[in-house]
Each structure stands twice: as structure tokens, then as C-alpha cells.
Design a binder for this molecule. Structure first.
Ligand SMILES: [Zn+2]
Length: 146
């Protein structure tokens, strides 16, 4: 996992306030021991967790979960298909996405995107804007190492 500036440490929160229904999403342990804990609200909003039990992002209802999956389907190709150093490729891809969306490092994680941000990201990936920024950055690095 690449270094994340917002990586949470310590104990996971006991619950997450749900912005959809005003309720609380509680940690839920799936029956399958290979699946990680989810925070799940009675309204159906949920979010997965890191190995340390902290939420991966913000709670999502079904439409938002689908929107985030759609971004991942397109975005993950940028760094998983290049081979070699995944972590560095992933950092570069996130950096390009961040630049294209004018987001700060802390706010640029797909798990924190809203539906509108997901749609924006998909459009930027479809039109090749993110890919072009990655290429430009690679060329810049080759000319000016460090
Ligand atoms: Zn809820």
C-alpha cells in the first residue's frame, strides 16, 4: 500500500454517522472469515475497511458504490497493466487524477468520492486526460531525474 497522508491509526471508530438516514453504521463481521469487516447502516449504506479495521472511505449507498466501482474499473487499469513497480505506478496515477480534478492529496481517494466526482473522474479517464497527464509527468521525470 502506498503511503497515505490520511492513513488512520489507533482504534477504528465505534460507528460512522450515516449521512443518508442520520443513523449509525456499525462494524459488521461477514460470515465468511475471508471477508473484511464492513461498516453497515440499517439503511443499506456501507463501506469496507483496511486490514487495521479503519474505514476505506466514506459510507456509500448502492448508487455511490456502483459509481465508485466504475471509476476503479477504469482507473485501476492505469497502474495494474504497466507491470513493474505497482506502488509507484499507483502513486503516479493518483497524482494525475488529482491534478485533473484539482483535488488535494488528502481528498483524492476514490473511496471518498461523491457520485458527481465519480462521474467527473470517469469522463476524465474516458477522454484520456488523466492518461495524458501521466505521460507528461513520465517524460518530465526522464528529462529531469529527481
Ligand atoms: Zn443510514
Amino acid at each position: 500500500m502506498p503511503r497515505r497522508p490520511d492513513r488512520a491509526t489507533g482504534r477504528p471508530p465505534p460507528f460512522l454517522p450515516c449521512e443518508y438516514c442520520g443513523g449509525r453504521a456499525m462494524p459488521f463481521k461477514p460470515a465468511n472469515p475471508n471477508h473484511r469487516v464492513l461498516y453497515r447502516c440499517r439503511c443499506g449504506a456501507s463501506v469496507g475497511t483496511h486490514p487495521n479495521g479503519h474505514p476505506l472511505g466514506t459510507l456509500a449507498d448502492e448508487p455511490l458504490r456502483e459509481a465508485r466501482k466504475e471509476v476503479h474499473r477504469r482507473f485501476d487499469k492505469l497502474w495494474t497493466m504497466r507491470g513493474g513497480d505497482y506502488q509507484s505506478a499507483r502513486r503516479q496515477a493518483y497524482r494525475a487524477l488529482r491534478m485533473a480534478m484539482s483535488l488535494s492529496e488528502a481528498r483524492c481517494h476514490i473511496g471518498q468520492f461523491t457520485v458527481a466526482q465519480c462521474e467527473q473522474a470517469v469522463a476524465l479517464l474516458e477522454t484520456g486526460v488523466v492518461q495524458a497527464l501521466m505521460k507528461a509527468e513520465r517524460r518530465r521525470r526522464q528529462r529531469h531525474p529527481h
